[in-house]
Write a protein that binds this ligand. Structure first.
Ligand code: SF4
Length: 221
C-alpha cells in the first residue's frame, strides 16, 4: 500500500460520492459522545440516543458525569449495549471534566492526547482516533472494520494487521493532512455501506477494474 495507490483510491471515491461533510455533529463534545455511542451499532441508532440527550438538555459533560447511570442508560437505549455505554460515557465525561474540557485538552500534543484518551475505560484506538480527528482536528487516520474490509479486498493488506501498523502505514504514505484524513475515512465508510458490503456489490463499483477481490462475473452480467 503506497501513496500513489491511496491517492488514486481517494480521488476515485471522492469523484464517486463527493464530500461527506463529517462528522455529523454540532459541537466537538457531541462528536465525542457520538464516537462512544457508535461502537457496535448503526449511526441512525446513535442519532436517536443523542436526540434523547438533547431533548433532556443533557448533552453537557458535567451533567452527563453526574447523571444517575440508570437514567442515562434509559436515554441511551436506542444505541444498544446501553448499560455498558452509560458506564463508558459517564467515565469519559468524568475524565473530560477533570482534564479541564476542550479548552484545556486542545493544548495537548496529538500523541499526548491520544495516550490520555486511551487511559479512559472503554476508549479503544478507533474511538480515540475518531475523537482526535473529528473533534480535535488532529492528523490521525481512523482504522475501522470498513477500512480493513476495503483495503484487504483491494489486495493491499492482509486485514488482520495490528491497529497501529495500519494507521501509521497510511499516515506515512499519505503525509499529515487533517482535511484529507477526515474526508477519506468518511468516503471509505460510505463506500463500504453502499457497495463494498459484506456481500459486495461489485457491479457498478468504480474500483472493480483494479480490485483483487472484485466479483467480476457479477460485474459483467
Ligand atoms: S470491486 Fe467489489 S470488492 Fe472491490 S471495492 Fe468494489 S465493491 Fe468492494
Amino acid at each position: 500500500m503506497n501513496r500513489r495507490q491511496l491517492q488514486t483510491l481517494y480521488r476515485q471515491l471522492l469523484s464517486q460520492y463527493g464530500p461527506q461533510h463529517w462528522w455529523p455533529a454540532d459541537t466537538p463534545f457531541e462528536v465525542m459522545v457520538g464516537a462512544i455511542l457508535t461502537q457496535n451499532t448503526a449511526w441512525t441508532n446513535v442519532e436517536r440516543a443523542i436526540g434523547n440527550l438533547k431533548r433532556e438538555n443533557l448533552l453537557n459533560p458535567e451533567l452527563l458525569a453526574r447523571c444517575p447511570k440508570a437514567h442515562l442508560a434509559d436515554f441511551l437505549r436506542p444505541s444498544g449495549y446501553f448499560n455498558i455505554k452509560a458506564d463508558r460515557l459517564k467515565q469519559f465525561c468524568g475524565w473530560y471534566v477533570e482534564m479541564g474540557g476542550y479548552e484545556r485538552l486542545k493544548f495537548h500534543s496529538t500523541q499526548g492526547l491520544r495516550h490520555r484518551l486511551l487511559t479512559v475505560k472503554g476508549i479503544g484506538p478507533e474511538t480515540a482516533d475518531d475523537i482526535l480527528l473529528y473533534a480535535f482536528d488532529r492528523a490521525v487516520f481512523v482504522i475501522d472494520a470498513y477500512t480493513r474490509r476495503l483495503l484487504s479486498r483491494l489486495g493491499w493488506i492482509k486485514g488482520d494487521e495490528p491497529y497501529d501498523t495500519l494507521r501509521l502505514g497510511i499516515e506515512r504514505a499519505l503525509g499529515r493532512n487533517v482535511k484529507q484524513y477526515n474526508e477519506f475515512h468518511a468516503l471509505i465508510v460510505k463506500h463500504a455501506k453502499d457497495l463494498c458490503q459484506p456481500k459486495p456489490l461489485c457491479r457498478g463499483c468504480a474500483l472493480n477494474a483494479w480490485c483483487m477481490g472484485a466479483n467480476r462475473e457479477s460485474a459483467q452480467k
